[in-house]
Design a protein around this ligand. Structure first.
Ligand SMILES: Nc1ncnc2c1ncn2[C@@H]1O[C@H](COP(=O)(O)OP(=O)(O)O)[C@@H](O)[C@H]1O
Ligand SMILES: [Mg+2]
Ligand SMILES: [Zn+2]
Length: 503
């Protein structure tokens, strides 16, 4: 009369194991769900009932109580329906309860009994595996995604009727593409990113250096300059020189993208994310939240990768203000009842902007004093301060030629990244940009000959502690790109040049 089926639901972008308890008893026929289902969960009765009937199974004319435990967690979406249906079958002896021992079940049901995919399968299966569950039944469309979790036996479900037969060992389990993740990439990738290369960019020596240093040390970067000088072109090529994701990072990014409803086609996301939201993007689209179920924003989709904000000055000031908290904490906090949520948001910010609305800059600028002031106020000082690397871009000269290729720059960046990983192996961070301000002087020592240059720099630029720390971190990255053990005066000077007081 009572059956329990393991399943899971999404909380933010994380999986939360759920036990679906189904109790069928004598009494007035009815169906009640308790345990904080959302609107979709409350409607599950109609789909579960129709699916059972269309599969040639019966819907008990008795009192059915479904309890979703733990009670304090809101259960989102329809992904528990298959577990509810199997629970009803087990509670009415249509299915031996023992066949579900130690297994978990995920899936939404169609009225005809088909098992439909659920978002966030990787996060759900990952959470179940951590609980010790090593056998999962998932919608066939999600099977290769579920198989990205190691040491879990994945069974694919196509329809409720077929699944019941498979569980009773009356029928073979459907086969599914065993590992789409190692197959050739789908030809659907039309982003054209693989065609981008730094050698198409002429001139811009300082900005190219800035891009390389930012990529190597994970520093936030802003390029300021008049239109048509190649700012967007250069920034878009950032992803061609960044190191690929490690396996752990790739799993993490895949889990987040899948939970956010991005199409991942059951394969590991291996390219570092590069998200470029338009300047009309709303604050929730950018940082997450929104009405109803809180959704992750672009900053979370850019986790472990780049958030590219082109035309920074055109974004709504409120959206830019909302970026400051995730930039500081590397997570997004969203306060909601009954629980507040945290979305990961460790992204690297790359931005481009004109110096003023007309974009021409001095001396040709035609903007009024108030227009210019309004434009700069949008790029509030606290936001501009977060960019370790800030450079002005000037138009390439006619005689400027194509620069180095992405492949050449990528090798230097990869070496510098490896050096930092080694240096910070015992610390909870892995790049120069993340060394806490308080630890900068100790962890980034200077060559004795550079002390004088350092003091001059601080006096000349009236640097505060934070500004000084930023220059010192960038200097460490410049040294890493050269393979130098100690930070010299030349490295400091290069870093200072890469942090101009723009705009
Ligand atoms: N430095 C450059 N090297 C090669 N082409 C350039 C360069 N700067 C601009 N261009 C050309 O001009 C176009 C516009 O450049 P873009 O990157 O959009 O400029 P910005 O973002 O500074 O306004 C590019 O697509 C490219 O064809
Ligand atoms: Mg542009
Ligand atoms: Zn202007």
């Amino acid at each position: 009369m009572l059956a329990a089926v393991h399943s899971a639901t999404l909380v933010g972008v994380d999986g939360q194991p759920v036990t679906v308890e189904v109790h069928v008893s004598a009494g007035l026929p009815g169906y009640h769900v308790v345990g904080l289902p959302d609107a979709a969960g409350r409607e599950s009765r109609e789909r579960v009932r129709a699916a059972l009937l269309s599969s040639g199974l019966s819907w008990p004319q008795r009192k059915i109580t479904v309890n979703l435990a733990p009670g304090g967690v809101r259960k989102s979406g329809s992904g528990l329906e298959l577990a509810v249906a199997l629970g009803v079958l087990a509670a009415t002896d249509e299915l031996p309860a023992a066949v579900l021992d130690g297994a978990a079940v995920l899936g939404e049901l169609g009225l005809d009994g088909t098992v439909r995919p659920v978002p966030g399968t990787l996060a759900l299966v990952d959470a179940l595996a951590r609980l010790g569950i090593d056998r999962v039944v998932v919608p066939i469309a999600n099977a290769s995604e579920a198989a990205l979790v190691r040491d879990v036996d994945v069974r694919a479900a196509r329809s409720l009727g077929e699944l019941r037969s498979c569980l009773k060992e009356e029928k073979e389990w459907p086969t599914w593409c065993a590992n789409a993740a190692v197959g050739p990439p789908p030809p659907t990738d039309t982003s054209g990113d693989e065609l981008l290369d730094l050698q198409d960019v002429r001139g811009l020596a300082v900005a190219r250096n800035a891009l390389e240093v930012a990529a190597a040390g994970n520093h936030h970067l802003v390029l300021v300059g008049p239109p048509g000088t190649g700012k967007t072109m250069l920034a878009q090529r950032m992803s061609t020189i960044l190191p690929p994701l490690g396996h752990g990072e790739a799993l993490e990014v895949t889990r987040i993208h899948s939970a956010a409803g991005e199409a991942i086609d059951g394969r590991l996301v291996e390219a570092r994310p590069f998200r470029a939201p338009h300047h009309t993007a709303s604050t929730p689209a950018l940082v997450g939240g929104g009405s109803g179920r809180p959704r992750p924003g672009e900053v979370t989709l850019a986790h472990r990768g780049v958030l590219f904000l082109d035309e920074l000055g055109e974004f709504a000031p409120s959206a830019l203000d909302a970026l400051r908290q995730p930039l500081e904490e590397r997570v997004v906090r969203i306060a909601r009842q009954p629980v507040s949520l945290t979305f990961p948001a460790a992204f690297q910010l790359v931005a481009c902007t004109n110096p003023c609305p007309c974009g021409l800059g001095e001396p040709a600028c035609r903007c009024s004093e108030s227009q210019r002031g309004r434009y700069l106020r949008r790029l509030s000082a606290p936001l501009l301060d977060r960019f370790d690397v800030r450079v002005t871009v000037t138009a390439p000269e006619p005689r400027d030629v194509a620069g180095e290729s992405s492949a050449d720059v990528r090798v230097r960046v990869a070496t510098a990244v490896a050096r930092q990983r080694l240096r910070y192996a015992d610390w909870p961070w892995s790049s120069n940009a993340q060394v806490p301000a308080g630890a900068v002087n100790r962890l980034i020592p200077l060559h004795p000959d550079a002390e004088g240059t350092w003091r001059e720099l601080i006096d000349d630029r009236l640097l505060t502690g934070r500004g000084a720390a930023r220059i010192r971190r960038v200097a460490r990255t410049v040294a890493d790109l050269e393979g130098a053990g100690e930070v010299t005066a030349a490295h400091l000077e290069n870093a200072a040049m890469l942090r101009s007081d723009v705009p």
